[in-house]
Design a protein. Structure first.
Length: 269
């Protein structure tokens, strides 16, 4: 089981959402991404001792997972930790009470930009891209030609101060659907001019810090004077690049756990 993060009681946080520049002073330690796993119980998972392929991809945190006895499984082409020694029930309870850190670097991340980016995203996604201000994000679906769902995703509008036509977007998709999403985008891309789509999945790491005490945890590891964090309106999020001690980090107020207080951190791998 991973060491429990140092959570301490704090004040009430208001219902807003913003992200500001700050710097990390020490690394976070990740909880396993899987809270619902039984051997053979979920399609797509296979335990490491059952002959995991040697060509599976590894996240930047893979050495940390192995060092802390993470139970590695094959999922969507990646080696991922699904549990630690203490067990998923204890992790679940601690995440609900305090918070948990999840390695979600296996998810797909596409950088989309060019003058055709906004029209393209309006075409392939169900949510209204035009509603996004700089540094905001929205939950959305990738749709096929019949309006059916191909995948669900989170879309982030980057680059403060730029016009909509000059904006860059980051689209985070599910690992198991990444190749299917990419193929669909490449097919639809032919309809648009001045459009660039780059797969940043292996160049960018992603961890999710979720739970009621997570704001206090982040405040403890940020350099003094740079501790202003995004307020917690879900789906109305400020995103910005943050200069860290070792890497540049972007913190967003997003997550899939359903927690009202949640963060996702993006950094170069």
């Amino acid at each position: 089981m991973l060491p429990l993060l140092d959570f301490t009681p704090g004040g009430v946080w208001d219902n807003r959402s913003r992200v500001n520049k700050t710097r990390l002073t020490r690394p976070l330690e990740p909880f396993s991404p899987g809270l619902r796993y039984a051997t053979g119980g979920i399609t797509g998972f296979r335990e490491e001792n059952e002959g995991m392929e040697t060509d599976l991809k590894k996240t930047t945190l893979w050495p940390w997972h192995k060092e802390h006895d993470g139970q590695m499984v094959a999922f969507a082409g990646w080696q991922m930790p699904v549990a630690y020694k203490t067990g998923i029930v204890e992790e679940h309870l601690r995440t609900r009470k305090y918070g948990g850190l999840f390695d979600v670097s296996h998810m797909g991340r596409f950088l989309i930009y060019g003058e055709g980016a906004t029209p393209f995203l309006q075409h392939v996604l169900t949510n209204n891209v035009l509603a996004l201000e700089h540094g905001m994000a929205q939950y959305t679906l990738i749709q096929d030609e019949w309006g059916g769902a191909i995948d669900d995703a989170y879309l982030y509008r980057l680059d403060e101060g730029k016009l909509m036509a000059q904006s860059r977007y980051l689209l985070v998709v599910n690992a198991a659907n990444k190749e299917k999403d990419w193929d669909w985008f490449m097919e639809q891309k032919k309809r648009f001019r001045d459009l660039i789509i780059e797969d940043k999945s292996e160049e960018m790491s992603m961890i999710a810090l979720q739970g009621p005490k997570t704001k206090e945890v982040l405040e403890k590891i940020l350099v003094e004077g740079h501790t202003v964090l995004p307020d917690p309106w879900r789906n109305r999020l400020r995103v910005c690049e943050i200069e860290g001690e070792q890497v540049t980090v972007t913190i967003s107020r997003t997550g899939y756990t359903g927690e009202p207080i949640c963060f996702e951190l993006f950094s170069p791998s």
